[in-house]
Unconditional design. Sequence first.
Length: 270
Amino acid sequence: MKVGFIGTGNMANAIIKGMINNEHTKAEDIFVFDVDTEKMHQFASETKTNACASSEEVVKMADVLILAVKPNQFEVVLSPLKELIKDNKPLIVSIAAGTSIEKIQTLIDAGNDLAIIRVMPNVNAMIGEGAAAVCGNKEASKEQVNFVLEMFNAIGMAIELPENHFSTFTAIAGSSPAYAYLFIDSLARGAVKNGLPKDLANKIAAQAVLGSAKMILESDEDPWVLINRVCSPGGTTVAGLVALEDQAFISTVIKGVDATIKRDEELMKK
């Protein structure tokens, strides 16, 4: 399978390096184009992939076409490629937030003849610890969906998810790294308040959150079971949890998730 990328930004960079490092796709079978030609050639040289002279050349070469451009660039990028895409019929894979499969079909004007897979990745893909949701339209075969799942499993974890759950996924995986960063920073600031240097507090808090996340993933235990294991009767952890819940910690986080979902749904309608 020859895989083409339009756009070589941070996410495309992470995906391509993951594909190569995990032997999902050979570097010589990957074709890239970016309007920033200097950046594109530097990236292609670094990864031993093929730099193309135009987005049209990528479409001609690719069995799988990854649209790694921002949502507001979609129409500009796709408009001159519509006829070529219809003729060549590559598998279309979009990683643009808030851009539905139906909208992509409309922009390409290919009716129901084109296999399209939508992916919602997150920023942690850049360190090989991403979380991605994958959904194909009716024309996308199981083999094609599996190909894309394997692509994103190479840079973290990927799951197949119905598109109507993508806004929720955006809240708990796409946007939540920012929430986690805020939580880590808040823990560190609490430590600074009590005398620790900020850089040291950042590292300690980040490692604690990393370990806690791995514990949930590797133990398959419900988080509440793990919470109970940390809490000794009358101990320090219980005191901290009670103080957090006095400020409605759980419901505040849920409100953040709800607000993210609402905003994503609003953007989808535009």
